[in-house]
Design a binder for this molecule. Structure first.
Ligand code: BGC
Length: 761
């Protein structure tokens, strides 16, 4: 099929955009296509040797396939492309179809009517839940608790698999320094270590030890690679990336996901250093398939093969197929250049049969591993009965509570449940936006609103909307967020009759996610004015924020006595917010991403390299903004408050030296010095002060979330070894250099205790 003008249904599937005709462009990069296919003859990951039985079956099946049948296996069709004719021809995979009866129907056609009876692989973007929607991934990263990610992906896999879907385009593991980028909501934030821990937990939970199990799915970490760093924060934009940054910041979560067993991958839309993700031989073949021993398959992102023409690295569709296949992209999503031009390219010796076979083998291998040949069907009539079950809903509530971050508190929180509460604001009685971007098949009516959650714990609560937020989709008029102050008087009146006020503010869910970059990340519309009007009443109030990116909160911080960052909490939003506001859950989340003061500070992130003139606000000639009187962001990475207080003390190291292959253990004590039980996240950072290339001023290398009763002390330990103290250089080589390593321990990326040890030659 040719690429043309088409509109994807956003409302149906949680994302979408208009795709313009792909302008013909020139300049094929022959350098991109130099490599051949990697023999995927079943070498496998060192910790997961290939299964000879499966390899033999793949081999036998491949031997029977015609070229047309092989090329069809390389085709990935959207829900709007699949039909009986295509299913019978035996396409490789289908995505975004979520109706279990339709899935079952097409699977029957493929298995019973296609010549070789090869089952279809059905895939879906299960990003933070399928029907039981959990907090967005950025929120879950705030929990600093891999068990939260595990719970999400365990239930998500169960619901997804019960529908007949066997692959998820998830986890999204793109590290990002870009709050302007809407897709920052889908990842784990700015830190590669935290991102790696979360990525591994997600993959293990979704796949288990064997993803052919009825409640498991195969994962597809995305977007390979460095899609999180588009220039200017503008989605799909180009990325210029030093080798050391690619390896030190962007690749580690992918590596962690593949080491955890992820068996498929998605290449990215964006170009790194002029080479597009789905035409990138270096990342796809050299790194992923060869160095990392990945023997699953890589699918392209949506029309990303055809988009190689727009990137200016392919002349036409045939050329795009040539570049992508040679780079290592095994399956083409939506555009159809492999199927359309595969034969022509083969005849012209621009691709080889060996390469086509390699791609087909990878796809068949995953289908065998997924158990699709033995169990192609699910009981579709039971699919819905597996959704939104009490254990999943309870886990979603717990996950949401653990993901919230207390940004400010003058003592207004926790609220007193015996006093009356006015819930005010456009997100105060809102189900739709609570689910966040990528809501799977979640339904608005599943979500608990803030008002209902608060009313359940304080029946006297009242509600006034103040202003409206409308989640609209381009090309409709832009989101209409709190554009009118007509409801402000009523909101003020509601505040005046209550003892305390909860202001529920933020973004629409449509403002997070794909193609939702913003140049202004203030609280949208007139919401700040609403805060000011409520403040003027003199009533104690708290701002609860729902958003999918760091916002610039200087004015909110200046006005509000207390701020709770709730992100998009998912299906149990209101209950979880009420748990935290009334103190039944003591907030313990920490920011997984830096919050800037204003957008001009972006990019701003904790693990930056030093400069020759480090920022000093008291002095002119150094690296700073003259119109910002501080070097600090609004809130740093790792920051978050609690209703209790903690003291971190007594950092000690097992040794003051470490051999290059040895290790050093750090211990630190954390004490709850307040009067409530609470959670703290103890964080361990390191810094290499003298290295051949400048090392980040701090790098997170360990964290642990602990629960402590009042007065209780726990000792937390972290072991550091070569993986922690070493780094990748600008040739992508991992080096461990002798010299001092500074260690910092605390509960934020700022301050804390310090010590150091020496790595010996
Ligand atoms: C997104 C991917 C997603 C795919 C399929 C693309 O637009 O970039 O993340 O998996 O669509 O829905």
């Amino acid at each position: 099929m040719r690429v043309g003008k088409r509109t994807r249904g956003r409302r149906q599937r949680g994302l979408g955009w208009r795709w313009v005709a792909l302008a013909g462009s020139v300049l094929a990069l022959s350098a991109l296509v130099a490599g051949g296919a990697v023999a995927a003859g079943g070498g496998g990951h060192p910790s997961r040797p290939a299964n000879p039985g499966i390899e033999a079956k793949v081999h036998a099946l491949l031997a029977q396939m015609t070229l047309d049948e092989k090329l069809k296996q390389l085709q990935l069709m959207a829900d709007w492309q699949i039909n009986d004719v295509e299913a019978e021809k035996g396409v490789g995979a289908v995505f975004s179809l979520t109706n279990p009866e339709r899935i079952n129907h097409f699977q029957h056609v493929a298995v019973e009517q296609s010549r070789l009876h090869i089952p279809l692989l059905f895939a879906f973007d299960t990003i933070h839940g399928f029907r039981t929607i959990f907090p967005i991934p950025l929120a879950e990263a705030s929990s600093f608790d891999p068990d939260v990610a595990t719970a999400d992906f365990t239930f998500a896999a169960r619901e997804t698999a019960a529908t007949g879907l066997k692959q998820i385009y998830s986890p999204m593991v793109d590290i990002s320094h870009e709050p302007r980028w809407g897709r920052i909501s889908e990842g784990a934030g700015e830190d590669p270590y935290l991102g790696s821990v979360m990525a591994a937990a997600r993959v293990q939970a979704a796949q288990g030890s064997d993803y052919s199990a009825a409640d498991k799915v195969v994962t597809s970490p995305k977007h390979f690679a460095a899609y999180g760093q588009p220039e200017g924060g503008r989605d799909y934009n180009t990325t210029d990336m030093s080798e050391q940054r690619l390896w030190n910041l962007y690749l580690p979560p992918f590596k962690a996901a593949f080491d955890a067993g992820a068996d498929t991958a998605m290449c990215s839309f964006n170009a790194i250093n002029g080479v597009a993700g789905c035409g990138n031989h270096e990342t796809e073949t050299e790194i992923l398939k060869k160095q990392w021993h990945f023997d699953g398959f890589i699918e392209s992102d949506y029309t990303a093969v055809a988009e190689l023409i727009n990137h200016g690295v392919a002349a036409d569709g045939a050329d795009a197929a040539r570049v992508a296949l040679n780079a290592g992209t095994d399956m083409e999503m939506v555009s159809t250049n492999y199927v359309d031009f595969g034969k022509q390219l083969l005849n012209g010796h621009e691709i080889s049969m060996h390469q086509i076979d390699d791609a087909v083998r990878r796809i068949l291998r995953v289908k065998f591993r997924a158990g699709l040949f033995e169990h192609p069907y699910v009981d579709w009539q039971q699919a819905e009965s597996k959704q939104l079950l009490p254990d999943a809903v309870a886990a979603a509530r717990k996950a949401a509570g653990r993901s919230m971050v207390l940004l400010k508190n003058d003592g207004t929180l926790p609220l007193d449940p015996t006093k009356s509460v006015a819930v005010i604001g456009p997100l105060g009685n809102n189900q739709h936006d609570m689910l966040g971007p990528w809501w799977g098949v979640g339904r608005d009516q599943d979500a608990v609103t803030v008002f209902n959650g608060i009313k359940a714990q304080d029946p006297s609560a009242t509600f006034a909307e103040g202003c409206q937020i409308l989640d609209k989709d381009p090309p409709d008029p832009p989101n209409d967020e709190c554009g009118s102050d007509a409801g402000f008087d009523a909101a003020v009146a509601a505040a005046q009759t209550a003892d305390q006020v909860v202001l529920a503010l933020g973004e629409t869910r449509g403002e997070g996610g794909e193609a939702e970059s913003r140049s202004n990340i203030d609280l949208p519309g007139k919401q700040q004015e609403l805060i000011d009007r409520i403040k003027a009443t003199g009533k104690p109030f708290v701002v609860v924020l729902f958003n999918g990116r760091p916002l610039t909160l200087q004015k909110v911080d200046a006005a509000a006595p207390a701020i709770l960052e709730a992100w998009f909490p998912g299906v149990q939003a209101g209950n979880a917010v009420a748990d935290v506001l009334f103190g039944n859950v003591n907030p313990g989340g920490k920011l997984p991403v830096t919050f800037p003061r204003n957008v001009g500070q972006v990019p701003i992130y904790y693990n930056h390299e030093p400069t020759g003139r480090p920022c000093d606000p008291t002095f002119k000639w150094n690296s700073r903004y003259r119109d910002i009187p501080t070097c600090a962001p609004m809130y740093p990475f790792g920051y978050g408050l609690s209703y209790t207080t903690f003291d971190i003390s007594n950092l000690r190291l097992s040794s003051d030296t470490m051999r290059p292959n040895g290790s050093v253990t750090a211990w630190v004590d954390v004490k709850n010095t307040g009067s409530r039980t609470g959670d703290d996240v103890v964080q361990l950072y390191i810094h290499d002060p003298v290295a051949t290339i400048s090392q980040p001023v701090r790098r997170l290398r360990g964290f642990q979330r602990v629960t402590l009763n009042p007065g209780q002390t726990k000792t937390v330990s972290f072991t550091l070894d070569r993986d922690d103290v070493g780094f990748y250089d600008n040739s992508g080589k991992f080096v461990v250099e002798p010299g001092t390593i500074d260690v910092y321990a605390g509960d934020s990326s700022v301050g804390g205790l310090t010590d150091s040890f020496t790595v010996t030659p």
